[in-house]
Design a protein around this ligand. Structure first.
Ligand code: ZN
Length: 239
């Protein structure tokens, strides 16, 4: 991780993580947490375990929040507080069972990304934060909309990082690579497959079922890890 200028102007400097850094740290976090809780890593991750993970590292988790006044399609918020652990609030629409359990789990892991990787910037005990910002950052609320929970544009670093963490926690890198490698070997395939091919669609479905995530979350994760591509490479691709 290194600090770079923050073009979104939230902060003067902001943390930059390479995808591999987030993959490795998220895998370490979820593996250790699940081993402590259940003695082993079990997929798919259970929603209750994800709430326990947030409760461990946040001051408070509210699963039944009314977020209608926070803006259109806001499904989760994280309050960053100076020198205190953050507070996470999840829209009651996700927790009351009206919607897919997968969306709740996606939002929980996204907000955990803010808790783990961004809230430390508000801790004055962290001398590196003080050195960087020269003063305590004011309390700030991060509002997360449904459309950017799983994958935001890279121009919004905070949402992009939280979205990456969401995929890296629900579908840890080593487990993903093992499944994908065995699939590619079984059918003599080579990465990256185009996401529109029948084999890619079948792989997306298998990943979605194994980790209990949406097809879209599985597709995005496979693209980020280089197993699939959404780029057309030439006119002969589908011939
Ligand atoms: Zn967010």
């Amino acid at each position: 991780m290194k600090y770079v200028r923050d073009s979104t102007h939230r902060l003067r400097l902001r943390p930059h993580f390479e995808p591999k850094e987030l993959d490795d740290e998220c895998e370490q976090i979820i593996t250790t947490f699940m081993q402590d809780l259940h003695g082993r890593l079990i997929f798919p991750l259970h929603t209750d375990d994800l709430t326990k993970l947030i409760e461990r590292d946040a001051a408070k988790l509210d699963l039944y929040a009314d977020l209608t006044h926070e803006g259109v399609d806001v499904e989760g918020v994280t309050y960053f507080q100076p020198n205190q652990k953050p507070i996470v609030r999840i829209s009651n629409h996700l927790s009351d069972g009206e919607h897919s359990e997968n969306r709740l789990r996606t939002t929980l892991t996204h907000e955990y990304g803010h808790v783990k990787f961004h809230a430390p910037l508000w801790q004055v005990e962290d001398t590196s934060s003080l050195a960087l910002f020269s003063d305590v950052l004011p309390a700030t609320i991060q509002k997360c909309q449904r459309t950017t929970i799983a994958h935001a544009s890279a121009t919004d670093w905070m949402e992009w990082q939280a979205g990456y963490v969401c995929g890296a926690l629900l579908m840890p890198v080593s487990s993903m690579r093992k499944l994908v490698q065995s699939y590619f070997e079984r059918y003599s395939l080579y990465a990256p497959l185009h996401q529109a091919t029948p084999a890619a669609r079948d792989l997306i479905n298998q990943i979605a079922v194994h980790f209990a995530v949406s097809q879209d979350a599985a597709r995005v994760r496979l693209i980020k890890l280089g197993s699939l591509t959404d780029q057309d490479v030439g006119p002969t691709l589908f011939q």
